[in-house]
Every structure is written in C-alpha cells, then in structure tokens.
Design a binder for this molecule. Structure first.
Ligand code: FE2
Length: 382
C-alpha cells in the first residue's frame, strides 16, 4: 500500500532518555518564554534546571505560569499577549498536555496578532504559517498526550466545548523527553496519562490510514505500556520504568499524529466537554468497549489479535480491562458520572458531537448518530 500522505516523524530535534534535559543548553536564541501549569515543576527543581540551562545557552527567560487543565482559549490569548510584550524567539512548553497544547496555541496568536478567535484557525479558514517569530520546544512532564511530537492541540472555548485542531505546522521543533521530568507524577496521573498513550497506539494500529511505519511504532508502544505501565504505577521512583513509559508515549504520538485515531477519542473528547472527565481516564474506560465494537470488522479483529499477543494475552478487550483494574480505573462511566438522568438527557447531542469529531473518520467502523447514542449507553452501564 502506498502512502498518500507524507509522514512527519517529529520536528527537527527529538531527544529522549535519562539526562537529555541537558539538551536545553544547546538551544539557539535570545529570549525564551517558558509556559507551564502549576507549581510542582517549580517546587521539585526542574524549572530551575531548565532556566539554568537556558542561561548557559545565552537566553534570558520569563515564565508564564497558570495554564489550567483543559486549557481555555482565554488562557491562550493571555499567554499570547504576554509573548507580544516579552517577544521571545523560543517558546518552551514545560508540563503535561495542557501546558504544551496551551503553549502551541499561544504561539499561533503570538505569531499572528491579527487573529482573535478560535474559529480563525479552524476550517474553512486556512491554518496560518508559524516560525516567523519563534520556535517551539516541548518538555513533557507526563507520559501520555505526546503533544511534544504531535500536530494537534485541544482548546476549550468559552462555551466549554473542546476543539481539537491539527496541523503539521504545530509540530514542535524540539522535543526533549527526559524521564526525570516525569518522575514526580502522582499515581493517578501516571495511570490515566499512560492509558491515553495506550489508546493512541491502539487507535493508530487499527486506523484506516495505518501503515508500515505507524504499525511499527504503535506495536512497540502497546508492548511497552502493558509491561511497564503497571510497574511505573507501582514504583514511580524507578526511572527505568518512567523512561519506558516516556518513550512508549512518544512513539505512540509519532504514530497517531500521522495516521489519526478513532472513536475512543471522539467519545472521550465528548465526555470531557459534557462532564469534564479527564482525557486519559475517559479513554481508559471507553477503550475496551470500542475494541469489542470494532471487532465486527474482520481486519480490526485480526489486528487486535496481534496486539493481544504482544501483551501476552488472547482477548485484547479483556487484557485492557484487566490493565484498567490493576491501575484502579473504573469499568464504566456510571462510576464517574453518577447522575444517570443528566447523562441520558444529553445522549443525542453527545452522539452528534462524537460523530462530528475529527477522530471518527479513521475508525474501522463508522457508527451513525444512533449508533453513537447506543455506544454512549453501553459504556455507561458496563
Ligand atoms: Fe489522547
């Protein structure tokens, strides 16, 4: 099968492994704006290290702190304004998916102050060119979203609707994946972001655009997540396990950003918009149900069988359920959204939102709106 869309595997520099944070010393530029969420990376000394390395590289830096989980467009505009004042030629996103997505968003509006709304960068509008003012460096502190090697961001608008926006222009120039930066992740975040990484790999592996290269990356990620996520969850201080998960997340990211995802993500985005469920947690709960659903497609079923073998199992949906259980992740949405009446009242609009999600079109089987409504019911009751 010929590839009809060029693969892009990371930006210009991809660093990974213990100690690679030092690569920050080699960054070229004069002014760096560091974008981050809360204070944990400031408290544990990682921010000081990054600032010290930037100084060694001859850059002055300023910190934009306070990116919230599920970053809003308002935060993106606030950061862009801070950048317009500071005029960085390097943007350093330091944190999890929220910090990285927000920083990538700020970058767009910093480069193009004439753009003022989220709609300005979404279809049918053309995506604007970047890198006239700054280059993007991502340093992930979680092992899951893979925003450091992805073309996409998820930004929440003023109506609490999450918008996934993707364009290769947003692929970060430099990704620095040092497991030490992820070492302080709490257990719950380790579990949820790790299951996001697994979902990326699984959805890429059965994507309608899957190819030889993405299969190679996704398969290794699946193998490593099954082996090392429970270990990283149990022994978070072990940097070897953190490194395996950081690398698995990164290669799963390289796969999915090229061949896209499937309806686990469509449903998780929707549940995030309607009920504020954390992304990785929603993915984890929904994934085994969609494996069963997609298995009606013989090619998808065959591929899940391959993944099950990599995990040392025969039934892949059961293997994912078992992994969830080990990580303390619930088996159904009812455990996360106890108000059943409120959930059932929005089945129709949720089905419409999931159907319209950009991840739906590469799923092995594409449900219609009533099919989605049925799936939303199935994942609720378990
Ligand atoms: Fe994801």
């Amino acid at each position: 099968m010929a590839i009809m869309r060029a693969m892009k595997l990371a930006g210009s520099e991809l660093m990974f492994g213990k100690g690679c944070l030092e690569h920050v010393k080699t960054i070229k530029g004069t002014r760096a704006m560091i974008v981050m969420s809360g204070g944990s990376l400031a408290r544990n000394g990682i921010l000081d290290k990054v600032c010290g390395y930037l100084k060694e590289a001859g850059l002055v830096s300023e910190v934009f702190q306070g990116v919230e989980p599920d970053p809003s467009f308002a935060t993106v505009m606030q950061g862009a304004k801070a950048m317009l004042e500071f005029e960085p030629d390097v943007i350093v996103a330091l944190g999890g998916g929220s910090a990285m997505d927000a920083a990538k968003g700020m970058w767009i509006y910093y480069e193009h102050p004439e753009l003022t709304s989220l709609a300005d960068i979404m279809a049918p509008n053309p995506f604007p060119p970047l890198r006239t003012k700054a280059r993007m460096v991502c340093i992930p502190s979680t092992s899951g979203t893979a925003s450091e090697v992805s073309r996409s961001i998820v930004i929440t608008d003023e109506h609490k609707v999450k918008h996934g926006i993707g364009n290769m222009e947003m692929m970060p120039d430099i990704a620095i994946c040092d497991p030490e930066v992820t070492a302080s992740m709490p257990k719950k975040i380790t579990a949820e972001t790790g299951m996001d990484a697994l979902t990326h790999a699984v959805e890429a592996y059965v994507s309608r655009r899957a190819n030889y290269v993405s299969d190679t990356l996704a398969a290794q990620a699946v193998r490593d997540v099954f082996e090392y996520l429970p270990k990283a969850y149990e022994e978070g201080e072990n940097l070897d396990y953190r490194e395996k998960m950081q690398n698995a997340s990164m290669v799963a990211g390289l796969a999915f950003t090229n061949v896209s995802l499937g309806i686990v993500h469509s449903i998780a985005h929707t549940l995030g918009s309607y009920f504020g469920l954390a992304h990785g947690l929603a993915d984890a709960v929904v994934l085994p149900y969609i494996i069963s659903y997609n298995s009606a497609d013989p090619e998808a079923a065959r591929r899940y069988g391959e993944l099950a073998a990599l995990a040392g199992k025969t039934d892949f949906a059961a293997a994912v359920r078992e992994l969830n259980q080990r990580l303390g992740i619930p088996a159904s949405i009812a455990e996360l959204v106890p108000d059943q009446a409120a959930y059932e009242a929005v089945l129709a609009p949720m089905a419409e939102m999931a159907l319209a999600d950009g991840c739906t079109k590469t799923n092995p089987i594409i449900p219609d709106a009533s099919g989605f409504a049925e799936l939303f019911q199935r994942i609720y009751k378990g």
